[in-house]
Design a protein around this ligand. Structure first.
Ligand SMILES: Nc1ncnc2c1ncn2[C@@H]1O[C@H](COP(=O)(O)OP(=O)(O)OP(=O)(O)O)[C@@H](O)[C@H]1O
Ligand SMILES: [Mg+2]
Length: 372
């Protein structure tokens, strides 16, 4: 049995999520999530990571310090996982660590995830696989989304056509044809999910996020505003495509709201929920999947889940819990799986998703001590 840890801090910049995966044998279906842990990103670090999303003074020094600080939070999550699972660091083969995306411009040939991997390896005494998106971009791909390959491994069915939707800061879909089908697995980022919901909610209520979607539920969808948002060119782009805070940020909201009259903030929140529900729901319908399994923090947003269920019909919407996997753990587990792919020399990307020229081994390795 081998153990791998996956660590994820996504576009919401809310927390570092970690999952410990056990690989029972040679068969991928013996893969098991044996622990899950999450630590909030401290406010000062979150503000700095948010600030680093756009150009600013003294960026290089600030980015280096933020990368160190984030490695320290990652190390705390690793310690939590080891305690929870009751196992020693030496029993873990490697950590797959995503880092914090501060730029994502595949069309310009780069993506930047902040994290100091050597510091994390040193703190944990475990090898760290990082920078998991660069090789795919170097091969002409989007470098994102990477989760569909793992979704296919964990959730593909013999007979049923399925879709998996991650409602993180950004939403992404994986379309999983039945195992016997010659059709490739596909997937792409559909557009915004929690980043815009969180930004608007924080600005108007002071709360970090709209718990269960209750605040939005009291609002009314503004049809004209929704139509103007749906005209955003990203939504009409054909896959492969990926996006993030480079496009969907507070500035995007402000620009699109500037022209309008004064609006009730609750109505804007309700309209943002509808924007996510419609864009994700359309992707679900187009996928032809009979069932859609949702993961990520947005799975807890009851109002968003209701609106998505309405929009995705006739596809039936539930969470990955229905398949026995905690929706909060899926994305972190994907990075544990990607670490295993890297250590074993296997491809981590799906060219049919990212548009890369072919399968690539993803990630760079930081090792805590000599092997010989
Ligand atoms: N009870 C809840 N009600 C509503 N929203 C919630 C709830 N719990 C979590 N969330 C939302 O989920 C977000 C975090 O989701 P998640 O960690 O999956 O996103 P992420 O870190 O951006 O990851 P990704 O890389 O997949 O985009 C929070 O910022 C919040 O908006
Ligand atoms: Mg998160």
């Amino acid at each position: 049995m081998r153990r791998f840890i996956g660590l994820m801090s996504g576009t919401s910049i809310d927390a570092v999520d970690g999952a410990l995966l056990e690989f029972g044998g040679q068969q991928p279906d013996t893969l098991r999530t044996s622990a899950f842990a999450s630590r909030p990103i401290p406010d000062n670090l979150r503000h700095e990571l948010e600030a680093l999303q756009s150009p600013g003074a003294d960026e290089l020094r600030r980015a280096a310090l933020a990368a160190n600080a984030l490695a320290d939070v990652y190390a705390e999550v690793v310690a939590d996982l080891l305690t929870q699972a009751g196992c020693a660091a030496a029993s873990v083969t490697a950590i797959g660590a995503h880092g914090q995306t501060v730029r994502h411009r595949p069309e310009l040939g780069y993506t930047i995830q902040l994290l100091q991997p050597a510091r994390l390896a040193e703190a944990c005494g475990i090898a760290v696989v990082c920078d998991l998106r660069a090789a795919d971009i170097a091969a002409g791909g989007q470098g994102a989304p990477l989760a569909p390959a793992f979704h296919a491994e964990a959730f593909r069915d013999a007979a049923e056509r399925r879709a998996v939707v991650n409602l993180g800061g950004v939403a992404n879909i994986s379309v999983l044809p039945p195992l016997a089908s010659p059709e490739p697995v596909t997937g792409y980022d559909t557009g915004p999910a929690n980043t815009l919901l969180d930004a608007w909610c924080r600005r108007h209520t002071g709360a970090d996020f709209d718990r269960d979607g209750d605040w939005a539920r009291g609002g009314t969808v503004d049809a004209a505003l929704l139509a103007s948002w749906l005209a955003e060119p990203y939504f009409a782009l054909a896959p492969p495509k990926s996006t993030g805070r480079d496009l969907f940020n507070a500035g995007w909201l402000d620009r699109t709201l500037a022209a309008g009259e004064k609006r009730d903030p609750r109505d804007v929140q309700a309209t943002l929920v509808e924007l996510t529900a419609l864009t994700v729901g359309r992707a679900c319908r187009e996928s032809g999947a009979g069932r859609v399994f949702v993961c990520g923090g947005g799975a807890r947003n009851r109002f968003l889940m209701e609106r998505l269920a309405a929009s995705a019909a006739p596809a039936k919407v539930s969470t990955t819990q229905a398949l026995g996997v905690d929706p909060q753990a899926v994305e972190a587990a994907a990075f544990a799986w990607l670490a295993a792919r890297r250590i074993d020399g296997n491809a981590g990307n799906l060219a049919s998703v990212t548009g890369a020229r072919g399968p690539r081994v993803l990630g760079l390795l930081a090792e805590p001590r000599p092997r010989n």
